[in-house]
Design a protein around this ligand. Sequence first.
Ligand SMILES: Cc1cc2nc3c(=O)[nH]c(=O)nc-3n(C[C@H](O)[C@H](O)[C@H](O)COP(=O)(O)OP(=O)(O)OC[C@H]3O[C@@H](n4cnc5c(N)ncnc54)[C@H](O)[C@@H]3O)c2cc1C
Length: 347
Amino acid sequence: MEKIIIIGSGPAAWSAAIYAARGSLSPLVIEGQYSEVNQTRGTLPMGQLTQTMEIENYPGFPSGKIHDYIESAIPTDRVAILPPNEPEQRTILGAELVELIRSQAVFFGTRVVSDEIIDVDFNGKTLKLVGIDGNLYESQTVIIATGASVKYLGLKSEQLYKNRGVSACATCDGALPRFRNNEVAVIGGGNTALEEAIHLANFASKVHLIHRRDKFRASQILVNRLPEYPKIKVHFNYVPTEILGTQEKGVTGIKLAGTAGNTDLELPLAGIFVAIGHIPNTDFLKDNIELNEDGTIKRPIPFCSNTSAKGVFVAGDVADSRYRQAVVAAAGGCMAALDAEKFLAEN
Ligand SMILES: Cc1cc2nc3c(=O)[nH]c(=O)nc-3n(C[C@H](O)[C@H](O)[C@H](O)COP(=O)(O)OP(=O)(O)OC[C@H]3O[C@@H](n4cnc5c(N)ncnc54)[C@H](O)[C@@H]3O)c2cc1C
């Protein structure tokens, strides 16, 4: 019987583990598994940060060459799985950042298993988790930090230019030199797409907002704000069919097909932001926990990490459809570990 099990392997999980380990709770982290399915879904161990390159907005890492520090702080076998250090790298990579947080958790005594939880039973006093190969885990508390998966368009060309002009996060990447004073596109018609377009209007010379229907799904307040941003040009009734680019430059444009008899279009672009949604990773929870309408885990007590199940806490993007940032996920991990520690003390 464990005191605390943390499911996940992004900044939320490892930050929760740091706090739990330093609180002498000897946490066990179940970090997910390397598999083709997880590769396709974008849920490989170490989370979403491994899908991007430089992280410029996580506090504590100003621009500079930090590779020597990383090599000294991370065990050699883990350095070997990091992306190669590129000469033009300006600051920490996402994969390096999450690896540093993991190392800190392990340094304080966190135990890690490579397993994927596929079923849970939160009905009894003992919380039960089942791994993909049938292993059973029992614990007094559980922290769910399984993150979310980005929905991509599914185009072959999109895969080719990820991190080379194709991004799934304007808040994260919009200020990068590649996009500044250049034309970019946002694909989508919900709140996230409109918010991203408005955010990008601060940096780009023009923002093409491309939506497959003739009306936005976003809230009317956001839709009403669009005319305040003359840099945003809306293209209704278009779907992307190909992302154009070169080996040298990355993204150079996009081909769009009209969905309502309108003529196909080709736009020259420096960047494409896919904003068609996120899927919180909650399949394994089945009916054991209450979810919000958008699929995130419900937190019944404001500003706390409690869930609808006793002894089960939540952190990171799996419960967050608003901020979706590494620093917020890490903060959520801290909150969940402190809440779990308090629960253990009181029960
Ligand atoms: C392309 C891209 C660029 C980004 N850039 C930035 C940026 O510049 N700055 C920033 O702050 N944020 C950025 N983000 C957002 C940031 O990555 C996320 O907010 C953050 O990673 C969320 O952390 P998390 O711990 O909640 O979960 P995640 O990072 O989503 O990790 C969760 C992990 O848990 C594991 N898991 C899932 N289900 C199970 C299971 N059933 N059993 C065991 N393990 C499981 C999986 O390995 C999964 O990957 C970016 C995201 C993307 C996609």
